[in-house]
Design a protein around this ligand. Structure first.
Ligand code: HDE
Length: 712
């Protein structure tokens, strides 16, 4: 948990919390009223002429209630419709005055309230959280000098280089317009048709096919500003900058099969995970980092630093950590806060400016524009979650839903009747002065610079930088996605694109999707790798907020269960006892333990690991259950940590899980496979410690080679 925000300190005391609390309403202990504040005496029957009607038009309460309901819906976001959000605090950890005049980065220790919204890109508002997709990571910093929105994604590169192609990309990815199928999925013909004809997307496609596309938790993903921005310091000197969020919990994905199953078992999986974690005081944290490139070095890289389909490899341009983000308060009202929050990359503060990145330039138009239809007019900045804590003074007036009551007769500049106020501010007075160094000469042209046309070097670098399990997952994802594509020509074109990245990659994909392997020798010869793009090795060992199931039946070994539960909870895990029926189960020595979930309301895919305590009577019952066998087999198949003690070891062995040698007991091989077994546990603390170590690794990828032999 964060050291600088105390658990239970709700609501955190900061300028934004104080401001937004002024808009909250609590109905507890109050009378029911109309929107005009008139108390209502009856709310369950409309006003009728006689007991059998008809309803009278004069029933103002009925009409108001229904009218409001009729208009409850607003258009969902055209992209990133499904999401979730939270309030928090950003703390600057390194003074950045040398590089930027941004006030919120000016001194170590300075805190700024934030609101963050995470999202899936393609699915509708009611779709599932675990679809394979890029995820949005949008942060609104309520700085003292105005709002700064960092509207990023969890993947550092984008599909296209120029905003003019965005509607095409999204039309291709969304459900096909004639059938409106499939929902929240790119595994269909139109998406891959577009991608196969847009080779600049090859790089991001590999990222999206990797486990980054199926995050385990919003709390376990990186965030990237993607576009190239500028830092500008107090003397007007600028440099290029890219923004990064690095999660304290490491970067972790689901297994694809698991993601699909969760979609059915709990379509709110990521939303619930975020809400529950914050509710329990496990405040998610990220480090904030920047990569900076001096103007003089703009052309010294083998990629164009303005190209949003390229990363700046961290090995070449290090990420300097300058801050920390902590999310510590759940919204009170999803619609008012998460749905109505309006982000815009054009919301910058003095010290941060734009580059000529053609994707960013287009985004600068789109976001303001889209809020007007989504939120019903140009006054969306007055909605509580969007209001800056910095004061707003200008001559903008009126329009739909205006809240502010501007005083006086003057609403223009220049004026003499109001002393020409509100007046502009110089740079020294904190005014935003656009960066002056941008080169804007050149003939009007609809074309791209040469380096933008190198579509494959960094795609190859990504592929070369992955570990074996990561590559295998990527290939399986490609087999799924392209396997769903009916047009053979599209599949062939995609494989041909992958062949320009790496021949082995193309051959492996071709084999799974029924097309011929293209000839070798067409691949990029780029040989650099960037270990930082791999998710492997980012496990931090912590099990804080990880979910563990304990499966038991009456007659279980109470001491074993209690010892394991105690150790897991002490390490921060969320432990749930799963049994056949809800209620309580009794241990062999008479302890009553509450059952949190039964076999119908739980599923293996909703947990990070499972423990089965011994106890002859309990194990005899579990041995008859196909559900339990299925639960454990799935856990094994999805490479999750498993522990069994006492008689439960025999149960585990009876499942004949591939790779698990009967009698393995304390065998190191079993441990390597993330399976902790002890037939006669003398020291439950040691067993729990091994289990916690396995859980802290997120998954036992060593099991990869054997896992597919377990029936799904
Ligand atoms: Fe967005 N994007 N985008 N996008 N985007 C929107 O704005 C757009 C792009 C991102 O939680 C929309 O308020 C264009 C890149 C996030 O509310 C819209 C282009 C990145 C969110 C829009 C891009 C993003 C959006 C829809 C190509 C990562 C959700 C609703 C030039 C850096 C924000 C809205 C939230 C939302 C346009 C590309 C991230 C239509 C034209 C690149 C996280 O304005």
């Amino acid at each position: 948990m964060s050291k600088h925000v105390k658990k239970g300190e709700i609501p955190p005391d900061n300028a934004k919390t104080r401001a937004i609390m002024g808009f909250t309403a609590d109905d507890a202990g109050e009378f029911l009223t109309t929107n005009q504040g008139v108390r209502i005496s009856h709310d369950e029957d409309s006003l009728k002429a006689g007991k059998r009607g008809p309803t009278l038009l004069e029933d103002f309460h009925f009409r108001e209630k229904i009218t409001h309901f009729d208009h409850e819906m607003i258009p969902e976001r055209v992209v990133h419709a499904r999401g979730s959000g939270a309030h928090g605090v950003f703390e600057c950890t390194e003074a950045m005055g040398e590089y930027t005049s941004a006030d919120f980065l000016s001194e170590a220790g300075r805190q700024t309230p934030v609101f963050v919204r995470f999202s899936q890109v393609l699915g509708s508002k009611g779709s599932m959280d675990t679809a394979r997709d890029v995820r949005g990571f949008a942060t609104k910093f309520y700085t003292d000098k105005g709002n700064f929105d960092l509207v990023g994604n969890n993947i550092p590169v984008f599909f296209i280089q120029d905003a003019i192609k965005f509607p095409d990309l999204i039309h291709a990815g969304k459900p096909e317009p004639n059938t409106h199928i499939p929902q929240a999925s790119t595994a269909h013909d139109t998406f891959w048709d577009f991608i196969s004809l847009t080779p600049e997307s090859t790089h991001v496609i590999l990222w999206a096919l990797s486990d980054r596309g199926i995050t385990r938790s919003y709390r376990m993903m990186e965030g990237f500003g993607v576009n190239t921005y500028r830092f500008v310091n107090a003397t007007g000197q600028g440099r290029f900058v890219k923004f990064h969020w690095k999660p304290k919990l490491g970067i972790h994905g689901l297994v694809w099969e698991e993601a699909q199953m969760i979609g059915g078992m709990d379509s709110d999986f990521l939303r619930r995970d975020l809400y529950d974690a914050i509710g329990m005081g496990f405040y998610p944290e990220w480090e904030f980092g920047v990569q900076m490139i001096e103007d003089a070095d703009e052309h010294n890289f083998d990629f164009d630093i303005l190209d949003p389909t390229k990363i700046w490899p961290e090995e070449e341009v290090p990420v300097k950590i300058i801050g920390r983000l902590t999310l510590n308060r759940n919204p009170d009202n999803f619609f008012a806060e998460v749905e109505q929050v309006a982000f815009h990359p054009g919301h910058v503060v003095p010290g941060i400016d734009f580059s000529n990145d053609p994707l960013l330039q287009g985004r600068l138009f789109s976001y303001l524009d889209t809020q007007i239809s989504r939120l019903g007019g140009p006054n969306f900045h007055e909605i509580p979650v969007n209001r800056p804590i910095a004061q707003v003074h200008n001559n903008q007036r009126d329009a739909m839903h205006r809240q502010t009551i501007n005083k006086g007769r003057v609403s223009y500049i220049p004026n003499s009747l109001g002393d020409n106020e509100p007046n502009v501010a110089s740079r020294e007075q904190g005014g935003f002065v656009p960066y002056a160094g941008r080169i804007i000469e050149g003939p009007a042209t609809r074309s791209r610079d040469e380096k933008f046309m190198d579509f494959y070097s960094q795609a190859r670098m990504f592929w070369l930088s992955l570990t074996d399990p990561e590559r295998r997952h990527l290939l399986q994802a490609a087999h799924f996605e392209l396997g769903k594509v009916e047009s053979k020509a599209v599949r062939e074109r995609m494989v041909a694109n992958f062949n320009k990245v790496d021949h082995e990659l193309a051959a492996a994909i071709a084999m799974g999707v029924g097309v011929a392997t293209p000839p070798a020798g067409e691949a990029s010869t780029y040989e650099k790798s960037s270990p930082a793009v791999s998710m492997a090795g980012t496990a931090k060992g912590t099990i804080e907020s990880r979910k563990v199931a304990i499966i038991a039946a009456p007659g279980f070994d109470g001491k074993q269960l209690a010892a394991m539960q105690e150790a897991l909870v002490a390490a921060g895990a969320v432990v749930e006892v799963v049994s056949m029926l809800l209620g309580h189960i009794e241990s062999a020595d008479g302890q009553m333990v509450p059952v949190k979930k039964n076999y119908i309301t739980s599923a293996s895919v909703l947990y990070d690991g499972v423990y089965i305590p011994g106890g002859q009577a309990s194990i005899s019952m579990l041995a008859f259950s196909g559900k339990v066998k299925n639960f454990i087999s799935e856990m094994y198949r999805h490479c999750k940590a498993i522990a069994a003690t006492g008689e439960a070891v025999g149960l585990l062995e009876s499942y004949k899980l591939p790779g698990l040698v009967p009698g393995a007991g304390k065998d190191a091989t079993a441990k390597d496979l993330g399976v902790i077994m002890d037939t006669k546990p003398k020291d439950m603390k040691a067993v729990a410690a091994d289990f916690i170590t396995a859980l802290g690794q997120h998954r036992a990828w060593a099991r990869e080679d054997v896992k597919n032999k377990v029936p799904a």
